[in-house]
Every structure is written in structure tokens, then in C-alpha cells.
Design a protein around this ligand. Structure first.
Ligand code: PEP
Ligand code: MG
Length: 754
């Protein structure tokens, strides 16, 4: 290869390559010509084309200069040898002496003994490496940047031509051959467990705007209002569907959409932009972009998720304006792949055919995850490379239990996973079998199992899991996306629905826990440096007592003649509890003075999630009617470990001597004082943790509804006389995590703790 190769030479070579690729004949023949042509034009002794096959294996597909016997025989895994190295890092390599490179792997069948230098570049198509193009020379010679760039250009053109002319079909590229067993795995964070086996369907949310400018604002306004009407109808239909849907009940998320669709501020902004000369479509997009930008500037993860809802709504409106049909026909076993998705977009798909959801972004509190959970569809989020490495119709196994997606799985892998799906179905059936049996240990200790709820959709879980009540109702959840907090009437309607839905079972309402990782748009006053420890929750509502008063007023009204259980979040000291309690008492007086019937009984309690409160337990148990331990925040503050930081997710364990010692102390004090104590953090829903909590004497647990079955089974298979002494012993341990010890104990005693 010579440095005298010019830009003109390159152009001529590319056009000849195009002619060869576009010609007729077998795949092999055309690629053979291509490599010969490149070797000749670049004056190299060898040119080889390696193609990515199933299991991330690079196969020598065509060569000029190496032994033809090696074609389709020589295979290198990604990361193996120089070719594998180029593919693994998607970066070129240019070596005067390839043999001295530590990654060099000698393959005798290729006859490459005679070649010293090597220059190789990745062939990239649609953002993924589909092969490697290599040239070699007999003499030891350096390659300059221009030569590397030239080969990169050639590789890019070949990759594109391969795709465009279907010289090598995708199915052909990924056909499993021989005994190649390596799989491609992408990992992510599981938002809802389960296994889905199926084919990839790419979700396409973005609507392209055709016309931007219009000199007919009247028509554009008309188009906007017609589209808004259609939008309302669509959302109404989805709301109706959610009511009919046996597993559904996510209607309250959609109700928020409905309110957006009616929001005068939003509509008048769009109208103004239309008046300035844009089409209705461009105006919707512009207003959306502006709002989006503003929301993204607020340093708050939950609010950023609400941006997703806005995207969803704007896309829906744009697609109505474009007259498009959003419905995508799904194959029977579809796994949806997307960057992120809004709840109504998800609901547009036929849920019977939807076997899983894979997102490049996404997080547990996003609304689509809430809907997917209600529909029991496995979900994996934060899957790096989902969009670039997965193609439509790729075979996929989504294992949301293990947090991974497997691409191009072999028959054996599919069989193994099908068996796992069957096992899960059996396990579900086993939980269903104990559903109506009491949660009592083998030696007769009753454990109260309650659900955590935040949306009306969660209420369904109460009956499904046959839980004893709602141990934590997170009142902030439905309001997070709303521009202003709902008034007393709206709150009253919601709380009444909750009480009615609970059908006489106890409900513990928690007052607004906004701020920190749950800032409601309505209350944002500006970004904070450290929101988790900032002006949030009870701190905020004590400073804005009108919020707290309205909420308590609605709760008192909603429980006239019933039992009212209410608790305050993030209480850090007695003074805060007293202040909140005073406001509650004032509202009770006001309610009765206005002629209202008081609730039949009233219990006012507190969350215990800020460690400082532990040192005022003696005073607390005299005032509070009950204590509910929020282990999510308690862990976060005890270990100074951000609960949302995935890098820290496995660093500290709830089953650790420090946490157990603290929990033991709280349980002991509350029990001695005769007040109810429960745990409502995530740990209560993990069977192993739940058994330990019971061993500590905490027999009142609140968890997500799907955790009730496994925890019930665990409780029923354990005996207090075994777990109590075992757990007592753990308090003196020095291990960072006690999980393996607890697991071994459960195994030995036949405790069903999964
Ligand atoms: C907790 O902190 O443990 C808790 C239950 O509250 P939330 O998860 O809503 O902060
Ligand atoms: Mg909390």
C-alpha cells in the first residue's frame, strides 16, 4: 500500500466497489471480488473481510491473500486476537509488526506466516459493529492516518452497501452455526421481574413534522382544537379500558393526562404560537420543546420522568395532527424496545401480545413502569446499547429477574428459559394456593401482611394478594405530575375511593412526602444542592401549613364514621411530630365545628426514617399511636448512601448488624410501650428480610402487593422458636452483610425464602 493513494483514487475505488456490490451473483462471489479489489487498489498483499455471526463471533467471510481453506473456518470471538480487539472496541488498529502485539493470535489455517503488518477497521452499520475489514502486507511497514481513514471510509461504504443490497442478510449474519454458544448479553435494571421470550419490536415515538409555517392561522387553530378533542377522546377510551381491564386500574395516571389535555395555560400557549405564523403541528412541538427544556433544567429525577409523560402527550397530539395511525401490529410474542416510553404509548400496544419491555433509559418511578407492573409485563431499564445492538425481529430472551437481555439465543437457551417461565407459573400457582391461608408461623405467631399503595391501581393488589390492609398509602404519587396541587374536593374524592376500595380493611394514609426524590411540580421553588436532605416532606408542609391542613381536612372528611389512620413522613424530632399533630387536632375541631361527623376512631402515627428520631423514642412512644419504619430512607441516612444511586445499590445491606440493631431497638421500645410498630420499606417485601423482621418481633409488615405471596409462604414455613434465637445472635455479628448466613439458615430449616 502506498501513501500516494489520492482522494481521486479513493472516489474511483468507492464507485467500483458500489458496482460490484450492486451486481448480481452469489454473496460469496461478490465479497470475493470486493476484497480482491481493495487489496489491488490499496496495493496490499492481503485483504480480508470478517463478518459478525451469532454469538459475537467474527468469521472470515472472504479473503484475498490468505488461504481460501480458512474461509468460513477461521473464527474469532469478539475480544480475541487483533480482529476481535478491533470489533470489541470499534476502533482501528494499524501495526507495522502485528506479531509483536500482545493480542496477536496465530491461526495456522490462514497461512498468514508471511505477513507482518496489519491494518484493520471495524465495519459499522446502524451504530453496531457488523464485521472487520483487514489489510496486511508482507513487509513490516507503518500505516499513516490517511491510510487508516481511507480504509475506514471503504469499510463504512461496504457495511452500508451490505445492508442496502442485502448482500449479507441480517438473518444470515446471525444464523447460529456449528457449536458457537457465546451469547450477547445486555444488562440493565429490572423494574418488574419476569421472563419474556420473543422477537424485538422497535417502538417509534417520534412524529416528523411536515409543514412548519402557515399563513392561515384560522385553519391551524381549527386543526388544533379538533386534534385536542380527538386527544381527549383517546385518553377517555384508555381510561375506560383501564376500568374494564381486570389487571388494570391505572386510570388515575391517565386522569392526570386528561387534565393536561384540558390545561388552559398549555392550550393558550400553543394558540399564541399559531397566531405568530406556525402550523398547529409546529406550535405543539415548539411549546413542548420549551416546557421540556424548562423541566429538564430542574435537577430532579422524578420531575425529569414527568417529562416523559409530556413527551407522550405531545407525541400523541402530533400524531393526531399528522393523521397517522399509531397502532403497530405486533407479532404474538413481542418484546418492545425503546429509549423510553409514555404510559399511553405503552397502552396502545396489544397487551396480550406484549411479552416484555426493554428501555435504554427509564427508572422505577416512571409511569410506564407502573402500568407495565399492573399488566405484569417484565421490564428492564437502563439497558446500554438496547437501540444500537438490537434490531427489529431479533430473537430475544428478556430475563428481568437477572437484569439481562439475551440476543440471538440458541435453542438450548430458549428451552432453558421456557422451563423457567413454566417454573415461575408454578410458583405463582403455589402462592395462589396459600393466598387464602393465614400468615401464621408454624408455631402460631400471626403476621399482619399489608400492601404499599400510591395509585388507585395498587388497590387491586389488596384483594389479589388477600392482604390485611394498606400499611402505607403514598398520597403524593398521583399528584407528582400536576401543575398545581389538587384542592380539598379533588383530594376528598380520591381518599373516598381509597377507603371504599379497601372494603373495611385498614388504610394508613401518609401525608405529602414531596421533595427530595419526589418533588411535585407544584411545589418546586428552585433546585437544591442536596434535595434528599433538603426542604422536603414534613419540613415543607410544616412551612406551608395550608398544604397539610387541606390534606388532613380531606382525609378526615373521607373517613367520617370510619377509622382514620394517618402518619407523617420524615419526622426528625418530637417537635416536628407535635407541630404536625397540632395541625391535625385543629382540623378535627374545625371538621366537627362545621357539622361534620368525626371518624369512628383516629390513630395518628409517624414514619421513622430519619435516624435522629431514634434518640427520642421514649418521648415519641408516649405521643404517637403507631410507628412505621421506612427502611428505604432509614438505610439511606444511616449509611449516608443515596438510595437512587445504582453504584451503591449493593454496597450496604439491610441485613447488616447495624440495621438489625437499630430495628431491634425500635421494635423493643414500641412493643414495651404497647404501640404498634411496622416496617413499610422495601425490605419488608423480601422473604429473607421479612423472616428476620419477624424474628426481631416486628409482626406487622407492609410491602408491594406482588411480594405478599412469597412473604406469606416464607412466614408459614418458619417457626418463631427457631428464628428468634437465630436473629438475636446476629445482632452481635461483625459481617458487612448477614444475607448469606440468613439464606443458609433458611435453607437448613426448610423456610421458603426463595
Ligand atoms: C421508606 O423510606 O422506607 C418509605 C417507605 O417511604 P418512601 O419509599 O416513600 O420514601
Ligand atoms: Mg421514605
Amino acid at each position: 500500500m502506498s501513501g500516494s493513494f489520492s482522494a481521486g483514487d479513493l472516489r474511483r475505488m468507492l464507485s467500483r466497489l458500489r458496482d460490484v456490490m450492486a451486481g448480481v451473483g452469489a454473496v460469496q462471489g461478490r465479497l470475493d471480488k470486493v476484497v480482491a479489489l481493495i487489496a489491488q487498489d490499496l496495493r496490499a498483499d492481503v485483504c480480508s473481510c470478517y463478518v459478525m455471526r451469532a454469538g459475537e463471533v467474527l468469521e472470515l467471510f472472504a479473503t484475498f491473500g490468505l488461504s481460501q481453506k480458512a474461509v468460513h473456518q477461521t473464527r474469532l470471538r469478539v475480544g480475541e486476537g487483533l480482529v476481535g480487539e478491533i470489533a470489541a472496541h470499534a476502533r482501528p488498529l494499524a501495526l507495522a509488526d502485528a506479531w509483536s502485539h500482545p493480542q496477536f493470535v496465530y491461526r495456522p489455517e490462514t497461512g498468514e506466516d508471511f505477513f507482518r503488518s496489519l491494518m484493520g477497521v471495524p465495519m459499522i452499520q446502524a451504530g453496531r459493529v457488523i464485521g472487520v475489514l483487514v489489510v496486511q502486507t508482507k513487509d513490516e511497514r507503518p500505516f499513516n492516518d490517511w491510510e487508516v481513514e481511507t480504509l475506514e471510509t471503504v469499510a463504512m461504504v461496504i457495511a452500508e452497501l451490505m445492508a442496502a443490497t442485502q448482500v449479507v442478510k441480517r438473518e444470515e449474519l446471525f444464523q447460529s452455526e456449528g457449536n458457537v454458544t457465546l451469547l450477547v448479553r445486555l444488562s440493565g435494571a429490572s423494574l418488574h421481574p419476569g421472563v419474556g421470550i420473543g422477537v424485538a419490536v422497535m417502538h417509534k415515538p417520534h412524529v416528523r413534522i411536515g409543514r412548519l409555517v402557515s399563513d392561515d392561522p384560522v385553519t391551524e387553530q381549527y386543526r388544533l382544537h379538533t386534534a385536542l378533542n380527538a386527544l381527549r377522546q383517546e385518553v377517555d377510551a384508555l381510561i375506560d379500558g383501564s376500568r374494564e381491564d381486570a389487571e388494570g386500574g391505572y386510570g388515575d395516571i391517565l386522569e392526570v393526562y386528561r387534565m393536561f389535555a384540558d390545561d388552559r395555560g398549555w392550550i393558550s400557549k400553543i394558540s399564541d404560537v399559531i397566531s405568530s405564523g406556525l402550523t398547529a403541528d409546529a406550535a405543539v412541538q415548539k411549546v413542548h420543546d420549551d416546557t421540556r427544556l424548562k423541566m429538564m433544567q430542574i435537577n430532579d429525577p422524578i420531575l425529569r420522568e414527568r417529562v416523559q409523560d409530556l413527551d407522550d402527550l405531545a407525541n400523541r397530539l402530533l400524531s393526531i395532527l399528522a393523521g397517522g395511525d399509531k397502532k403497530t401490529e405486533l407479532p404474538d410474542n413481542a418484546i418492545l424496545i425503546c429509549r423510553s416510553i409514555g404510559p399511553t404509548e405503552l397502552l396502545d400496544y396489544d397487551r396480550k401480545k406484549l411479552k416484555g419491555l426493554v428501555m435504554e433509559e427509564g427508572s422505577p418511578t416512571m409511569h410506564a413502569a407502573v402500568v407495565a407492573k399492573a399488566l405484569d409485563i417484565p421490564v428492564l431499564a437502563q439497558v446500554v446499547g438496547a437501540l444500537t445492538r438490537i434490531d427489529a425481529l431479533d430473537q430475544i430472551v428478556l430475563d428481568a429477574n437477572a437484569g439481562q437481555v439475551i440476543l440471538h439465543p440458541s435453542e438450548e437457551v430458549i428451552e432453558a428459559y421456557s422451563a423457567a417461565v413454566d417454573a415461575r407459573a408454578k410458583q405463582k400457582a403455589a402462592y395462589a394456593a396459600v393466598r387464602d391461608l393465614p400468615a401464621v408461623t408454624k408455631d402460631g405467631v400471626k403476621v399482619s401482611l399489608n400492601i404499599n399503595a400510591g395509585f388507585l391501581l395498587d388497590m387491586q393488589g389488596l384483594a389479589d394478594a388477600n392482604a390485611d390492609g394498606i400499611g402505607l398509602y403514598r398520597t403524593e404519587m398521583p399528584f407528582l405530575a400536576m401543575p398545581t396541587l389538587p384542592d380539598v374536593t379533588a383530594q376528598l374524592a380520591l381518599y373516598r375511593q381509597v377507603i371504599e376500595g379497601a372494603k373495611g380493611k385498614p388504610v394508613t394514609f401518609r401525608t405529602l412526602d414531596v421533595g427530595g426524590d419526589k418533588i411535585a411540580a407544584a411545589t418546586v421553588t428552585g433546585p437544591e444542592d442536596n434535595p434528599a436532605m433538603g426542604w422536603r416532606s414534613i419540613r415543607l408542609t410544616l412551612d406551608r401549613p395550608a398544604l397539610l391542613r387541606q390534606q388532613l381536612r380531606a382525609m378526615i372528611k373521607a373517613t367520617e364514621g370510619e377509622t382514620l389512620r394517618v402518619m407523617f413522613p420524615m419526622i426528625a424530632n418530637i417537635a416536628e411530630f407535635d407541630a404536625a399533630r397540632r395541625i391535625f387536632d385543629l382540623e378535627m375541631v374545625r371538621h366537627v365545628r362545621d357539622g361534620g361527623r368525626p371518624p369512628k376512631s383516629v390513630k395518628v402515627g409517624t414514619m421513622l426514617e430519619v435516624p435522629s428520631l431514634i434518640w427520642q423514642l421514649d418521648a415519641l412512644v408516649k405521643r404517637a399511636n403507631f410507628v412505621s419504619i421506612g427502611t428505604n430512607d432509614l438505610m439511606q441516612f444511616m449509611y449516608a448512601s443515596d438510595r437512587g444511586n445504582t453504584k451503591l445499590a449493593h454496597r450496604y445491606d439491610t441485613l447488616s448488624p447495624a440495621v438489625l440493631t437499630v430495628l431491634n431497638q425500635i421494635v423493643q421500645k414500641c412493643t414495651a410501650a404497647g404501640i404498634e410498630v411496622s416496617v413499610c420499606g422495601e425490605m419488608a417485601g423480601n422473604p429473607l428480610d421479612a423472616i428476620v423482621l419477624v424474628g426481631l418481633g416486628c409482626t406487622n409488615l407492609s410491602m408491594s402487593a406482588i411480594a405478599i405471596g412469597p412473604v406469606r409462604a416464607a412466614v408459614r414455613s418458619a417457626a418463631m422458636k427457631d428464628i428468634q434465637p437465630f436473629v438475636r445472635n446476629l445482632l452481635n455479628a461483625e459481617d458487612s452483610s448477614l444475607r448469606e448466613r440468613v439464606r443458609a439458615f433458611a435453607r437448613d430449616r426448610g423456610i421458603a425464602a426463595g
